[in-house]
Design a protein around this ligand. Sequence first.
Ligand SMILES: *Cc1c(COP(=O)(O)O)cnc(C)c1O
Length: 377
Amino acid sequence: MDIVNPVKRNVLLNPGPATTTDTVKYAQVVPDICPREKEFVNVMDEVRRELVKVVHADPKKYTAVLFTGSGTVVQDALVNSLVPANKKICVVNNGSYSARMVEIAQYYHIPCVDLKFPSTGLPDLKAVKEALDKDKYIAVVATTHHETGTGVLNPVREIGKIAHDHGCVFVADTISTYGLLPIDMEKENIDFCMSSAQKGLAAMTGASWTVGKIDEIVKSKGYPTRSYYCNLFMQYDFFERVGEMHFTPPVQTIYSLQQAIKEYWQEGELPRYERLSKCWEAVHKGMQEIGLTSVIDKKIQGKLVVTIKAPKDGKFDFFKLHDYCYERGFTIYPGKMFGLETFRLCNLGVITHKDIEDFFVVAKEAFRKMGYSIPIK
Ligand SMILES: *Cc1c(COP(=O)(O)O)cnc(C)c1O
């Protein structure tokens, strides 16, 4: 597609939505269509099949179920739908997105074992195993693949193995890794993964999905129904019988997602991962030049998010830094760590290491304006 009217390009370094291409933006501009038409059902069908392929899942065993909403809607659907009556969910919790699944369980009054670990490190696998050895009522284990709040990459393959050894279903929140890091569902021992259109695939906000095991979805038909709008089996069943979402889908977002998937394959899984790794290296280089350090050990980072410690001399003002960068086309994001002033740089979208270098030119100016000489001592 030739773009006649390019849209002002912003480099988003916040944890999603991400920077998108103009071809993805313009893919939303389509003739008005009723989503119950065969033409749209075909688009939905293609998107569902492609979403299964991205995570190398066998379409005979796994399927994609989409929901209207941001990523949290899928966390909600999986937590509320996959726990049988009188059973529990166990959340391996070392950050704010795992904590969200604990909260969802609490809102639905689902018994939940909240296995809390410090958000600056990896979960203790021995403690996970012990918790599952001890409690035979746990039927589902859930955790976050990449904690977008800190940048920590969790060992999902190992956690999934422990879950399976105990006969549990394993749910991994891959919302900020899907389409960014190569994921093979079976190799990673993941029964249900998830994502959202505005994250790694760099489409528009409004559609989210899980790729999950068909036989587990079918089993869940007999589990307590705790939500009307986002029940997993109900949505799956409608897709299988009618080929579409039970209720109105985000039509234009689905068209942009279809285009974003095409661009994903055009770039390729590994080249994309390499492009993002280079962005992440450029973030570390820029930080070092300014004299800033990361909160999380580089060795356990997912190469997508860096949480940076703000200088503790009273001169640092996040909003000054933010506004100076924002006016120049770069969006940064405050941190999510209690008791420590931080900010985050996330490289999730269609950006290159060159964008990161350009960002640091601007960031250095902002630091000088705050009264720093660079490098900061
Ligand atoms: C973005 C994200 C979510 C969903 O957050 P929304 O506010 O609903 O978009 C969930 N988990 C992770 C790991 C995320 O990065």
